[in-house]
Ligand binder design. Structure first.
Ligand code: MMA
Ligand code: CA
Length: 237
């Protein structure tokens, strides 16, 4: 297109130079090309420069955003680790076999038991209601025990007293709508109820306890005073 315009312009110059008295009718359309003359190169150049400018601007915004996001998440991680280091001033750590997000150590607070990617704390005294038990876990940066596999439950029960009952982080706000405190989905196929349990709509909280058939879950009244188990993610340093 640009070459066609240039060609028209040349023709116009020739026409006006050679025959000044030539048609006025041709002068009119030629007025346009002269008008175009200052524009053909410059608007596209301006446009291109603007495009490049905005493109560079967009790229710098993107880079700035990525850097900001990385710094921010790093800061959050550090804050989280600091929080746990303040709550739990003694940690027991194991060297990771492979680097977890560049962290060499996985730790549990002293007196907590490590299993998988979690730490567990058996809380026996003072025994408390379900609500109080959850609050106590929460004050330690943890929550009541959430069980997602038989292996996990077996690991924990090995450390429990058979005579006691322990609150876990399962509760039923509505009619048998079980919920885990960490909001993870309740899975019927990974539920370990005792035979005949749950058996009472008024019993909206759950304990882990031992019966002759073994360890399992029972729904109980939430104001019962029981022991409990807290759970938290391992701390990576
Ligand atoms: C029985 C049984 C349970 C119920 C408790 C309440 C000992 O177990 O009926 O289902 O939750 O009583 O104390
Ligand atoms: Ca029950």
């Amino acid at each position: 297109m640009a070459s066609e315009i240039t060609y028209a312009e040349v023709k116009f110059k020739n026409a006006s130079n050679s025959s000044g008295t030539h048609s006025d009718s041709s002068a009119a359309p030629k007025g346009n090309p002269t008008h175009h003359q200052s524009k053909p190169g410059s608007p596209s150049l301006l446009f291109k420069s603007l495009m490049i400018f905005f493109l560079l601007l967009a790229i710098s915004f993107l880079v700035a955003f990525i850097i900001y996001f990385q710094k921010y998440s790093q800061l959050l991680e550090e804050k989280k680790a600091t929080k746990y280091k303040i709550i739990h001033n003694k940690l027991s750590c194991m060297k990771n076999s492979s680097l977890m997000d560049g962290k060499a150590w996985s730790c549990c607070p002293k007196d907590w038991k490590p299993f998988g990617s979690n730490c567990y704390f058996i809380s026996t005294s003072p025994a408390a209601s379900w609500n109080e038990s959850e609050k106590k876990c929460s004050s330690k940066g943890a929550h009541l025990l959430v069980i997602h596999s038989k292996e996990e439950q077996d690991f924990i029960t090995k450390n429990l007293e058979q005579k006691a009952a322990y609150y876990i982080g399962l509760w039923g706000p509505g009619h048998r709508q079980w919920q885990w405190v960490d909001k993870s989905p309740y899975n019927e196929s990974a539920a370990f109820w005792h035979k005949g349990e749950p058996n009472n709509v008024w019993e909206k909280c759950v304990v882990l306890h031992h019966r002759p058939a073994g360890w399992g879950w029972n729904d109980v009244l939430c104001n019962y005073i029981q022991s409990s188990v807290c759970q938290m993610n391992k701390i990576y340093l």
